[in-house]
Design a protein around this ligand. Structure first.
Ligand SMILES: [Zn+2]
Length: 159
């Protein structure tokens, strides 16, 4: 444990000395790549290995992606968007068309589920890319690792 904290202190010192050399990561191009479920660094490697599972590293450029902490964020934003959109649409549909209750319930259930399934992985990609671009969590550290200290890469903890 003592050795670990010493190496963390060493990295913190490196962070201070190298912080001026680190390139700016542009936020919105990265978020757009994330929305397309691509690696925020190269834009060509797939970010997810399944429907929502983020890969540990990009298969194309080896950028570390396991630092993300998307947590409940994508689900929260999905519910926020779908809920507000559907509330307005339900109101407008009912007032203008007065459909059969069963018809309306069926259409809106399918619509809600479909839109949620579409948005959830894309919003997760966008949030992970946003965290990457802003150097949140371990992403700042990973940018320094790839910048010059490749020998140290093996000691990175995952998770
Ligand atoms: Zn990549």
């Amino acid at each position: 444990m003592k050795g670990e904290s010493a190496s963390i202190r060493l990295r913190a010192e490196d962070e201070e000395t190298m912080s001026e050399e680190i390139e700016e990561r542009e936020t919105w191009p990265a978020v757009w790549k994330g929305w397309r479920r691509r690696c925020p660094n190269c834009g060509s490697g797939p970010m997810m290995s399944g429907y929502l599972k983020v890969r540990d590293t990009c298969p194309v450029c080896r950028e570390e992606l396991h630092h993300h902490r998307a947590d409940d964020g994508p689900a929260y934003v999905t519910i926020l968007l779908v809920g507000h959109l559907m509330a307005i649409l339900m109101h407008v549909t009912f007032v203008i068309y007065r459909p059969e209750p069963l018809t309306m319930a069926t259409v809106f259930t399918v619509g809600c589920v479909g839109l949620s399934l579409y948005l959830l992985p894309r919003l997760k990609g966008a949030i992970v890319a946003f965290q990457w671009a802003r150097g949140m969590h371990g992403f700042e550290l990973s940018s320094q690792m790839t910048k010059g200290q490749n020998a140290d890469n093996g000691q990175q903890t995952s998770g």
